[in-house]
Design a protein around this ligand. Structure first.
Ligand SMILES: O=C(O)CCC(=O)C(=O)O
Length: 202
């Protein structure tokens, strides 16, 4: 797996073998990131959802909360996720993302990875209500974690990026139709991480 590094001024990589992603390591300053991490950690109504895999029920290995403008229905992973309203903090981040990109979003899924054993397995964000070619804006707060992305058909096309506190990762055209991504577990002793993925629900 090739690690994509974005040092110094190299802030975005586009069309890496057809992978359309942009990474902004310093999207939010440290002060704002610290403040938002604490507020979201304390105020978001985090819930533990269950998922059925091969006929068995498991707790998802993370806590989750879904928020949207206009009470959107989202059948995320078929877990019957509850809709919450967009708080001022979530709307503020949405505004900043809309300034940075032409993509438009109206909802956000938050994940809280409590430690290295919390994770998110290989998947694409491709539920029908996200449209034909979903775009995603992903913000990281708290502990940095590796994000893996691999092509669905071409075995050797695999990349990883260390997602930093206060960073923004944009996943653009074909990122969900042709690629899958994951946040793997780690045995390292680490602090919690909050991730926000902004999405457009039709
Ligand atoms: O935590 C992340 O960076 C990715 C989250 C994700 O893939 C998802 O919520 O679908």
């Amino acid at each position: 797996m090739i690690e994509l590094s974005f040092e110094n001024k190299l802030e975005n990589v586009e069309n890496t073998n057809g992978l359309n992603i942009c990474y902004y390591p310093n999207f939010l300053g440290k002060k704002k990131s610290d403040l938002l991490y604490k507020r979201l950690h304390d105020d978001i109504p985090w819930q533990k959802y269950q998922i059925k895999l091969f006929g068995k029920i498991y707790d998802q290995p993370r806590l989750t909360s879904f928020h949207s403008i206009g009470n959107k229905n989202y059948d995320y992973s078929q877990i019957g996720i509850k809709n919450n309203f967009m708080t001022n903090d979530l709307r503020g981040l949405l505004k900043m993302i809309h300034k940075k990109t032409d993509y438009r979003f109206n909802s956000v899924l938050l994940n809280l990875y409590r430690d290295g054993m919390d994770s998110n397995g290989w998947h694409s964000d491709n539920e029908p209500e996200l449209g034909n070619d979903p775009k995603i804006a992903s913000i990281t707060l708290g502990e940095e974690r590796f994000f893996h992305i691999k092509h669905k058909k071409i075995k050797d096309l695999k990349y990883k990026i260390l997602l930093k506190h206060g960073s923004l990762l944009l996943m653009g055209e074909r990122s969900q139709t042709e690629w899958v991504h994951q946040i793997p577990k780690t045995k390292k002793k680490i602090y919690p991480r909050i991730n926000l993925t902004y999405r457009y629900i039709y």
